[in-house]
Design a protein around this ligand. Sequence first.
Ligand SMILES: Cc1cc2nc3c(=O)[nH]c(=O)nc-3n(C[C@H](O)[C@H](O)[C@H](O)COP(=O)(O)OP(=O)(O)OC[C@H]3O[C@@H](n4cnc5c(N)ncnc54)[C@H](O)[C@@H]3O)c2cc1C
Length: 395
Amino acid sequence: MKQHYKVVILGGGSGGIAVASRLAKKVSLKNKILIIDHADYHAFQPSWPLVGSGAEKKEHTRKKMRRVVPHGAEFMQHKVSRIQPIERLVTLDHGQTVSYDFLVVALGIQLDFDQIEGLTETLGKNNVCTNYLYDYVDYTYDTLRHVTAGNVIATKPNSPIKGGVAPENSLFTFHDFFHKQGVRDVKLMLRSGNHTLFPVEKYRDTLIELFTQKQIDYTLNDELVKVDGPRQTATFFNYQNRTTTEVPFSMLLVTPPMSAPDIIKESTLADEAGWLDVNPFTLQHVRHQNIFGIGDCTNLPTVKMGAAVRKQAHILPKNLISQMKGRKLKAHYTGMTACPIATEYGEAIMAEFDYSLKPKETLPFNQARNSKFLYLFKKRLLPIMYWYGMLKGRS
Ligand SMILES: Cc1cc2nc3c(=O)[nH]c(=O)nc-3n(C[C@H](O)[C@H](O)[C@H](O)COP(=O)(O)OP(=O)(O)OC[C@H]3O[C@@H](n4cnc5c(N)ncnc54)[C@H](O)[C@@H]3O)c2cc1C
């Protein structure tokens, strides 16, 4: 394998593969692109809440990494341990270095499970679940099927997260599940460290309506800080009244705190909060013209979703090629993102908006209302569009 590539892409997730596919179609870049990722598999993560609700099989959500690497790009399976933008070098976990002319950073978001006291030792046991790790996602449905009473709590941290509405989505399908099973003695609740349910008013109103209709309690500004698995209690710190409460649970669905990958935080590429510091429109790094960023690891002020990455993947390759040719960067990302939310088995809504935080819906009906089509879209069409469109550089 070579030591130098025209383009090196860090991360073979949604953003990394989508960008590689588009760049590899350029004759001038064929076999000059390297993707580096330590993972064996590439997963379609948006299906994980469906797996946790028993509506999808987890094996259907991932493929071997080598199957998604496009022709014309090479793949190196290693963890990146250091980025040196001035030297144009990246160092891998076994000490090898690779140099580049252009760098695309697509390292995703870091899951900080260890920030919650007691969580890592009890995850996957004592009815403590998460839909954020492939290995644990079927435990969510196993637990759901055995709960007959008590508090079923979904948590959300105060930090930015990927898949922004996944916990709400799960609570809605859990509600439907219990209803259909005739389980009446459970109390569903959302405990969120955020100060708002959703950044866009129209969809926030729908979520509030749905929580009220389904009698799901929600508490904002309430951060999960400790889990006692054997005693099945969760402790929350409330940012508003500065109090701590301990709540018993029969099922706890944790969305962990998240942050930028340490390797970005520790580099000179980060902003003050640790995210990759890019221009929100061109996706070019604000200090290094030969570096671009995409997806969850960036400081783009939008909700971190695969749908946002899909739009960014149209912009980044165009601007990268303009930069190579010394031309002006003309392609602009508008912040478009989309959040499909199953409201029960067979029904969904879909928030769609841009940097203005105003709805920008693409379908010819009100996307904040229950729709069977949107559920089918989320469950069946999106994975097809993802594997055969976005990852192939076609949509
Ligand atoms: C439960 C859940 C529900 C979701 N629901 C939705 C949804 O309904 N709709 C939607 O659009 N999006 C949803 N998402 C979000 C979506 O999956 C992400 O926003 C998207 O995958 C981000 O793409 P990315 O390329 O930035 O990161 P990723 O796809 O996560 O890829 C990052 C890659 O970087 C690699 N990597 C990280 N560190 C290193 C390192 N040091 N060295 C080498 N490789 C490294 C990783 O192995 C990974 O392959 C959901 C996500 C989850 C987990």
